[in-house]
Design a protein around this ligand. Structure first.
Ligand SMILES: NC(=O)c1ccc[n+]([C@@H]2O[C@H](COP(=O)([O-])OP(=O)(O)OC[C@H]3O[C@@H](n4cnc5c(N)ncnc54)[C@H](O)[C@@H]3O)[C@@H](O)[C@H]2O)c1
Length: 328
């Protein structure tokens, strides 16, 4: 396949680019490098340094050559930031995605894969695993922007026949097991890289936000999925699109509290972590754990990284080898 990957210089996008290349596909990356890294794009991969807000340029790219699939990772994705700047998030994610979706739908693209999110189910969901058809109640403008994009894709299918897979990731974590890529966000807000940097002495202390949630130890519960397993799910989802559009929840099905993640990092790193309590963050639901049975059943997807320690181990290895992320 020949694939156009927006956001392919970012964390999940770059890991998917590598997986597509490893599987023998051709890839072109489109990215504005706002949070992504030129160094995360493998040598030899064509790179289009473009912003998705430039509708005219996007249409030229989409219409200018044949694409078997478009994978859309690009976007802004900090839940907390979206509670402070709601319109920035709604505009940046939704309007830029509309530019891309309209170009794709009206120029005959048949397969589209979209990075959606567990933040669609943003309100507390204590009742168990979150299934693909759980009620959608975004708890933040970020989650809302992703839901709007899912709706645009629904209409792109109904009216233009463009099939799409909306993959609702829970928490992506870990790094390429061969050490070619890793996670390097600025600012970093994800628990595992923050904890690893604290363990490695690059941050003074790790903050755990909230200790009074109704969970087994009072801290939030999240479902961590290895980024290479996520990448594999994208390739399977593209094949699955021959059967029609889909929306899948993507997680491991097991939730870990923030304190359990801290303990995993201490186990894998072999030392104590310096952490402290901080106030809850607005928009953070207490429990988010995926039921991913449907994508397993329908595509044969079977995550390889089953324990939190094995995910942490790949992340730690990359971070140790790259003290300045992609900076050096
Ligand atoms: N990281 C997670 O755990 C997680 C969970 C759920 C959903 N997601 C979604 O997955 C996607 C990828 O997440 P990530 O963690 O890899 O983020 P990231 O910030 O590492 O990657 C996003 C990429 O998109 C590019 N980009 C942003 N705006 C752009 C624009 N207007 N035009 C062109 N390129 C643009 C950035 O430069 C970056 O390379 C995002 O859409 C995010 O919302 C991530």
């Amino acid at each position: 396949m020949k694939c156009l990957v927006t956001g392919g210089a970012g964390y999940i996008g770059s890991h998917t680019v590598i997986s597509l290349l490893d599987a023998g596909h051709e890839v072109v990356v489109l990215d504005n490098l706002s949070t992504g890294h030129r160094a995360a794009i493998p040598a030899g991969v064509r790179f289009l340094h473009l912003d998705l807000s430039n509708a005219e340029a996007i249409t030229e790219v989409v219409a200018g050559e044949h694409w078997d699939a478009v994978l859309h990772f690009a976007g802004v994705s900090l839940v907390g930031d979206s509670m402070r700047r709601p319109f920035h998030y709604l505009r940046d994610n939704y309007i830029t995605a509309l530019n891309l979706i309209e170009s794709c739908a009206t120029h005959g693209i048949e397969r589209f894969v979209f990075s959606s999110t567990a933040a669609l189910f943003g309100r507390d969901n204590q009742s168990g695993l979150i299934t693909d058809n759980a009620s959608i109640q975004p708890g933040s403008p970020y989650g809302e922007s992703k839901f709007l994009i899912e709706r645009a894709l629904h209409w792109a299918d109904c009216i233009y026949g463009m099939r799409s897979a909306c993959l609702r990731y829970f928490n992506a974590a870990g790094a390429d097991p061969q050490g070619r890529l890793g996670e390097d966000h600025t600012p970093e807000t994800h628990l595992i890289p923050l904890a690893i940097d604290t363990l490695l002495g690059r941050r003074p202390v790790l903050q755990l936000f909230g200790n009074d949630y109704a969970t087994r130890d009072g801290t939030c519960v999240r479902d961590y999925i290895h980024v290479t397993d996520l990448a594999d799910a994208h390739i399977r989802a593209i094949d699955r699109l021959d059967g029609g559009s889909v929306a899948y929840n993507l997680g491991s099905g097991t939730g870990f509290t923030n304190l359990e993640v801290v303990r995993s990092i201490e186990r894998v790193g072999g030392q104590k972590l310096h952490w402290e309590w901080a106030a809850r963050r607005p928009g953070d639901p207490s429990v988010l754990v995926a039921d991913s049975e449907r994508i397993r059943r329908e595509t044969g997807w079977n995550p390889h990284y089953r324990s939190i320690d094995s995910i942490v181990e790949t992340a730690l290895r990359w971070r140790e080898a790259h003290p300045h992320g992609y900076g050096k």
